[in-house]
Write a protein that binds this ligand. Sequence first.
Ligand SMILES: NC(=O)c1ccc[n+]([C@@H]2O[C@H](COP(=O)([O-])OP(=O)(O)OC[C@H]3O[C@@H](n4cnc5c(N)ncnc54)[C@H](OP(=O)(O)O)[C@@H]3O)[C@@H](O)[C@H]2O)c1
Length: 324
Amino acid sequence: MDNVVDTILDRSIALGYGKPGLEIRRRLPGWPEDPPRREGAVMLVTGAASGIGLAAAQGFARLGATVYALARNDGRAGEAVERIAGAVPGADVRPASCDLSSLKAIHAFAEEFAAREPRLDVLVNNAGVMPDERTTSADGHELMFATHVLAPLALASLLAPVLERSAPSRVINVSSGGMYGQALPAGDWESELDSYSPKKFYARTKREEVVITELLAERVRVRGIVVHSMHPGWVDTEGVRRWMPVFRKLTVPIIRTPEQGADTVVWLGAAASEPLADAGRFWHDRRPRPTHYRLGATEESDADRRALWRYCQDALAEAGIDGW
Ligand SMILES: NC(=O)c1ccc[n+]([C@@H]2O[C@H](COP(=O)([O-])OP(=O)(O)OC[C@H]3O[C@@H](n4cnc5c(N)ncnc54)[C@H](OP(=O)(O)O)[C@@H]3O)[C@@H](O)[C@H]2O)c1
């Protein structure tokens, strides 16, 4: 019965992705246990100055973990640390800054981090954007592709040696339920041939992020690194207020708090066993979910998946980053 209720919530979208989804699921039998304390564990959260990333960083700090709060520059990283320490007295929280749209900046940050930090138990790739106009990164990539696809892959690749030292370790990629509406843009991975649409391009990169998660998970599991993606539902954050003000207004009665949106991020990063039992899954509210609902309309071929992987590996290689 709990499965039936959970599935109805999921397919109804508005109920499942909003507050009621989490509140009802929490009361169902079989709701997974909250994570245990994680003293001694080191978590790195990107986009930690606001929204879901900030709430996830606070969640890990509450469990006693050491948290690196990564933001785009020193000023934002300082704000992140202040907000986390303000919410969690005694938190062991440290600033980290890196513009994740730049592969060069990621390379420099990750090399320095790996040289300095003996362990990394959890990497949360959460930073996200939805610019109003087509924007190109310093490396010449479409900004959402750079931030949602290349950055998580580059960080996981460069930090793999530290993650491996802390095995079993975890990489959590924060995608979006919006990805259900888009197929992989086969052969046009950065949507260069299409006229710009923030929501459509965003959803495509979030679909690409899920596919990249699955492919990375297969490759790194033997090294003791478990990779998953998830979607947080609809969450009231600075990003949503800025990029989707109408959507935010319409969903006010049911939109989740950042803490609710971060619940599954923290659980995936810190729960004792379930997230480690499998890899490459797409989670929402502490359960693995299908990656396609519109069968036939959004499914990709193996050849397309391999082509996306190759395209990303070539982009990393161009920036001097060894991939897989
Ligand atoms: N809110 C939702 O309903 C929802 C739903 C589905 C998925 N998501 C996903 O959840 C994640 C978090 O989003 P949010 O809603 O919490 O929005 P948010 O408050 O805007 O958080 C996004 C964070 O990413 C950071 N960021 C963006 N580009 C960056 C870069 N190049 N380098 C370093 N940091 C960068 C932002 O920093 P600045 O503020 O300094 O720019 C910001 O702190 C995103 O991946 C988003 O796609 C959100």
